[in-house]
Design a binder for this molecule. Structure first.
Ligand SMILES: Nc1nc2c(c(=O)[nH]1)N[C@H]1C(S)=C(S)[C@@H](COP(=O)(O)OP(=O)(O)OC[C@H]3O[C@@H](n4cnc5c(=O)[nH]c(N)nc54)[C@H](O)[C@@H]3O)O[C@H]1N2
Ligand SMILES: Nc1nc2c(c(=O)[nH]1)N[C@H]1C(S)=C(S)[C@@H](COP(=O)(O)OP(=O)(O)OC[C@H]3O[C@@H](n4cnc5c(=O)[nH]c(N)nc54)[C@H](O)[C@@H]3O)O[C@H]1N2
Ligand code: SF4
Ligand SMILES: [Mo]
Length: 910
């Protein structure tokens, strides 16, 4: 996009992951025109990944929630209303419910993507005004095991490291993190460090061979869920070999004896066997940890999302304490936070069991401190419900009014059938959302449009405890409002019902006023933020806490003096026994289903799912299985299967992938019911949770698969107005056994529908689909077989294909999609269209495989890269000739893998 003289730039942050990159938003005061990495931001120094650099292409206005909408009675449609009516109505419903059933009959379910000021307002609303601890967030699905891990082992919830430690470490252990996809800018920093210091050891612990393994000197593909056993086994070897820091243990820790006894049983033979790795790999891993001068560990959902999540966290921290590898440059246990402000949520107390300033809701002294600061008599004593428990309480009627903000539980929580039941049964559901398209919005009795990225002000804290100022670049569209403002406006209306005549607790004119009030609650606490204000962040840039008033700079590293914030000032060894995942595989459900992230999509895709090019790398939801598992079942790559867990089934295509171990399966978490009929991957997952952190086991569900015989297939593509067409076509998908929607293209985005059914669908349904595809009249070339075995329609506007529909048989879909993409239309195709043939003309060089965009920044396809490799190009010359991998670098690991596959004569080369 060319920038004119009126273009302004606003420095802000990326709204995706916990790396917390700084972005420069280019805009004209009304619309966002472009985005660049902020060279001055210490998280990214100007770089952005494939998601950050496409932010300005996302957020299609047609998908945004623009006006408050109210449903007056269940069964009726929602209608547009004004803010005042909307919030008065909500205040009355909440006040009535609280009066009749008590404060614990209402609940708030919020998000790690809110800003610190939003969180603070929600917390004060729930705990001080309503008088309930029923306020939990999606961080329960994300970081709560890390919170428990830090608190149990080190005393408080504080990641002790800095990003610089990645550059300074000699041995980096990456456990249950695919940082190449999920924290790409940190992965780039690690790549660069390893290129500079090739002696640096990188160990990856992940059941899958991910792109992150590209950097690994050692990859331990352990059996899912066996991390605790592995960490105990490593400790066993460290002790046996004398690689433990006895002096550090004696001076700065407690509880080592109990752990030694525990580790004594974890013999290398037994652990290697249990984890499914070789004893020599296990010993190698322990040796690198034990002998390297510095040791850093990075982890994410592979540890946290587990019924042993807390135990996994502490077992890993044990290794740092045993080796004294903490509090020094290049050392320490360093959780990568998922969401952009998961940290801020923890700081402001946005989990049911927490209170602002790293306090505990279960601690009477903490409750009294906070109550006094807020000027209320007391805070409730009764513990609040955590995410899974909370939705259970919604389902069984204990919760009668539910406020959901900035999260999409009807996609992201496990055991989706129950979540949908709960939302349908709840008497009053408020959804505060930036996009009206999410699965959860369907259940909103009141939909409140929220401002989103680039439209709101506040602060966020990234994985390294660094607080950034999030600045507003443009006004929010239509009537959307910032989250904190919605909360405060609602709270004031609720106050007039619940505590009439008293001074308001929510008299805040702007986000900064909220920050100023909140930060005093951190005074004297481990995270002391009292020295931070917006002006300091503006003048001196983002700062790492603690930064108490009077301090001149933030704190890059914690525990440098070996003193820990526990009663004894000693860190604690935790001796948890290994526990297997809740749902072991058996004869009936012989596969373990693992779920996680793709490179270019974000969660439920409300934002990334509006940018066609972000589907270029992976176009549709596929279940990945080891080739042997496909072979055993006589399945072909791309064939439709029915995946069944103890809870439900889902139909989608399989994909052969030797990065997955036999006995396991992998499904991306992104496709919910909107993009894939059948409620998405979480219809399969289980609600079992960790006893301490209450974090659910989203990574290990037992499943079975069988071929889904759905011979009647449909493929459709239509260019333009993709969001509107999405809304129109999605309801029709319900009539198919399988249906999935996605976007395709770059400059001319198109909506793509793939569907399949056990028999031919009704002619009337096909006609309705054709009508939405613009294929009923005008320049349409059609062949319609009366038996519906083959039906083909293509619209050609000014010599270019603009819509396609294949019915019955879809073998020509890749060929037609390529023709659409290239803007070509030839005589051969015209002839084919008019003939009763289903397969594409072989002479046309028609591709039988879908094309894939490897490098999204520079628009380079996998085919082009492979052709380059065939011509003998290496990585440097591929970059130079094709441009791939020269911008954000996210595709480089994949290009390297193709180079290796080509070099190895036996490996399959696509
Ligand atoms: N592209 C992209 N990036 C994101 C996000 C996104 O949606 N898209 N979301 C953000 C958020 S909120 C989060 S929480 C992070 C998540 O970031 P990650 O945790 O890195 O991502 P996941 O893909 O969920 O899971 C990581 C890995 O855990 C592995 N794993 C599964 N079971 C086990 C196990 O038992 N042990 C071990 N050691 N590993 C296991 C999986 O195979 C997977 O490769 O990503 C953040 N960044
Ligand atoms: N199977 C499986 N399930 C998982 C996971 C997994 O690995 N596997 N990971 C879990 C994890 S770690 C996480 S973090 C969750 C994420 O799950 P969700 O929280 O459900 O994910 P999002 O789709 O990011 O939801 C955020 C919503 O906020 C909206 N939004 C964006 N900006 C704003 C704003 O400024 N204000 C408001 N009010 N709304 C806004 C977006 O449109 C979006 O709908 O998923 C969890 N679920
Ligand atoms: S690494 Fe994370 S914060 Fe940085 S640009 Fe990518 S998604 Fe945004
Ligand atoms: Mo997360």
């Amino acid at each position: 996009m060319s920038l004119n003289s009126e273009t302004q730039t606003t420095a802000s942050t990326c709204c995706y992951c916990g790396v917390g990159c700084g972005v420069l938003i280019e805009h004209d005061g009304e619309r966002i025109l472009g985005v660049q990495g902020d060279p001055a931001h210490p998280a990214n120094f100007g770089r952005l990944c494939s998601k950050g650099s496409t932010l300005h292409l996302t957020g299609d206005i047609d998908a945004r929630a623009l006006y408050p909408e109210l449903r007056l009675a269940k069964g009726l449609a929602r209608a547009r209303t004004d803010w005042s009516t909307a919030l008065d109505h909500a205040a009355s419903r909440f006040a009535e419910t609280i009066r009749e059933y008590g404060p614990d009959s209402v609940a708030f379910y919020i998000s790690g993507q809110l800003l610190t000021e939003d969180y603070y307002a929600f917390n004060k609303l729930a705990r001080a005004l309503v008088g309930t601890h029923n306020i939990d967030s999606n961080s329960r699905l994300c970081m709560s095991s890390a919170v428990v891990g830090y608190k149990r082992s080190l005393g408080v919830d504080a990641p002790p490291c800095s990003y610089e430690d990645l550059e300074q470490s000699d041995c980096v252990l990456i456990a249950g993190s695919n940082m190449a996809f999920a924290h790409p800018i940190l992965f780039r920093r690690l790549e660069a460090a390893k290129a500079q210091r090739p002696d640096m050891r990188v160990i990856v612990i992940d059941p899958r061979r991910t792109d992150t393994c590209d950097l690994a000197d050692l990859h331990l593909a352990i059996r899912p869920g066996t991390d605790v056993a592995l960490f105990h086994g490593i400790l066993h070897i460290l002790i046996q070999e004398g690689w433990v820091a006895r002096r550090f243990i004696a001076e700065h820790t407690e509880g080592f004896e109990a752990l030694e006894t525990q580790a004594a049983d974890s013999t290398p033979e037994a652990v290697a066997e249990l984890c499914g790795i070789t004893e020599s790999d296990l010993r190698c891993c322990a040796e690198w940890i034990g002998k390297s001068p510095t040791f850093l560990s990075l982890w994410c959902m592979g540890l946290n999302q587990s019924t042993a999540g807390s135990a996994k966290n502490s077992a890993l921290i044990n290794l740092h304490l045993a080796t004294g590898m903490i509090g020094r440059p290049g050392c320490g246990p360093f959780s990568l936070t998922g969401q952009p402000n998961a940290m801020g949520g923890r700081e402001t107390g946005s989990l049911a069991n927490l209170l602002p300033g790293h306090r505990e809701a279960g601690n009477a002294e903490h409750r009294a401190e906070v109550a006094q600061y807020w000027g209320v008599d007391s805070l409730p004593v009764r513990p609040g419900l955590t995410a899974i428990e909370l939705f259970e309480a919604v389902r069984d009627g204990r919760i009668k009014a539910l406020w959901i903000a900035c999260t999409n539980p009807a996609q992201s929580l496990p055991d989706q059938l129950k979540i949908h039941e709960a939302l349908a049964a709840c008497p009053f559901v408020v959804v505060q959302e930036a996009f009206f398209t999410t699965e959860t919005c369907r259940y909103a009795d009141l939909l409140l449009p929220a401002a989103s990225w680039g439209e709101k002000e506040g602060t966020v804290t990234n994985s390294e405890r660094r607080v950034s100022h999030v600045r507003r670049a443009v006004p929010a569209p239509a009537e959307a409002r910032p989250d904190w403002a919605i909360v405060c406006d609602f709270a004031q209306r609720l106050e007039s019902q619940l505590r009439p005549g008293l001074p308001s607790l929510f008299d805040f004119d702007n986000a900064e006023a909220l920050f100023e009030e909140y930060k005093q609650l951190t005074s004297g606490r481990d995270l002391d933020l009292t020295g931070i204000d917006y002006a300091l962040l503006d003048n001196q840039g983002p700062q790492q806490w603690p930064l108490p008033v009077g301090a001149t700079q933030g704190t890059p590293r914690l525990y440098v003096d070996g003193r820990f914030p526990t009663a004894s000032s000693r860190a604690r060894f935790v001796a948890d026994a290994y526990c297997a995942p809740q749902e072991p595989r058996d004869d009936r459900y012989p596969l373990t289903l693992n779920t996680g992230r793709l490179r270019d999509q974000w969660h439920g895709m409300s934002r990334t799912g509006t940018a066609a090019r972000l589907f270029g790398h992976v176009e549709q939801a596929m279940l990945s299985l080891h080739p042997d598992e496909l072979h055993q079942r006589g399945l072909q790559d791309g064939q439709l299967v029915r995946v069944t867990s103890r809870r439900a089934s889902l139909i989608l295509p399989v994909q052969s992938d030797d990065a997955i171990q036999p006995g396991e399966a992998f499904l991306p978490m992104h496709w919910g019911d909107r993009f894939l009929k059948g409620l998405g991957c979480n219809v399969l997952t289980l609600p079992a949770f960790d006893p301490l952190s209450k974090q659910p086991e989203l990574k290990h569900a037992a499943v079975a698969i069988e071929e889904a015989e759905l011979p009647w297939q449909l493929f459709a593509l239509i260019e333009g107005d993709v969001q509107q067409r999405f809304e129109a076509l999605r309801p029709l998908c319900e009539d198919f056994d399988y249906a999935s929607l996605s976007l395709a293209g770059r400059e001319r985005p198109a909506l793509v529908l793939r569907a399949a059914h056990h028999g031919a669908i009704a002619k009337e349904l096909l006609d309705r689909i054709d009508a939405h595809l613009n294929l009923c009249d005008g320049p349409v070339i059609a062949y319609d077989d009366p038996s519906q075995a083959v039906g083909k329609r293509v619209r050609v506007d000014q010599g270019r294909i603009t819509a396609v529909r294949l019915a019955g048989e879809t073998a020509a879909r890749h060929w037609l999609k390529d023709l659409w993409q290239s803007g070509q239309m030839d005589e051969q195709m015209r002839r084919w269209l008019l003939a009763p043939l289903s397969t594409p003309p072989s002479a046309a060089g028609a591709s039988s495989v879908p094309s894939k965009t490897l490098c999204n920044c520079m628009n380079v396809s996998q085919q082009a890269v492979c052709a380059g490799i065939e011509r003998g190009l290496d990585l440097a010359s591929l970059k130079q000739e094709l441009g791939c991998g020269t911008s954000c670098g996210s595709c480089v690991p994949e290009i390297k893998r193709l180079l290796v596959a080509h070099a190895a004569p036996s490996a399959a080369f696509a």
